[in-house]
Write a new protein. Structure first.
Length: 177
């Protein structure tokens, strides 16, 4: 059962994933995957880390783009190739699990075959009870075509009810939902 979590920049997607992580751990859920929390200084996002949900290990994933940045980059971020490699190894071993979470799959993965490319294989294995995938709004149609999606949770929608980690864990792991 795949659930997509979407919303524009700074709508709380990663924060909600971190809440889901906390509640899932409290309930003894077997977790696999990655969450990519921002690193802030004086209220400004200056870097992105990545957190391995199984081990709790955290590493720097990306820093602000500057001249001579590595080849894996977007308009704002330069990604560290060694961390990308590390994260892909984690994703390749993330299943079997009860809850697979990947924050996020974006243009690097969908259009450039960079970033969390192992995430696609892991998702397509189906070796999990539920998956929560963070997808940018511009890539929702591609994601829905690629996978059998149970629900899209759009944090830009003021009517969305699943905005708390505890509620979302219950929904994700409820076979009747």
């Amino acid at each position: 059962m795949i659930t997509l979590l979407t919303g524009e920049i700074q709508t709380g997607k990663t924060s909600l994933c971190l809440e889901v992580l906390e509640h899932a751990r409290q309930e003894g859920v077997r977790l696999g995957g990655l969450i990519s929390p921002g690193v802030f200084s004086a209220g400004e996002k200056v870097a992105i880390d990545v957190l391995d949900l199984s081990s709790g290990e955290r590493r720097r994933l990306a820093e602000r783009l500057v001249e001579n940045s590595p080849q894996i980059s977007t308009k704002r971020w330069a990604f560290l190739p060694e961390t990308i490699s590390w994260g892909n190894k984690i994703l390749s071993g993330a299943v079997p699990c009860d809850l697979l979470m990947i924050d996020e799959l974006g243009p690097l993965e969908f259009h450039r075959e960079q970033g969390w490319v192992e995430g696609f294989r892991t998702i397509e294995s189906g070796d999990y009870r539920a998956a929560l995938l963070v997808i940018r709004p511009s890539l929702l149609d591609e994601a829905v075509l690629r996978w059998n999606v149970r629900r899209v949770i759009d944090l830009d929608d003021p009517e969305e009810t699943l905005r708390r980690g505890q509620d979302l864990v219950g929904y994700l792991l409820d076979p009747r939902a």
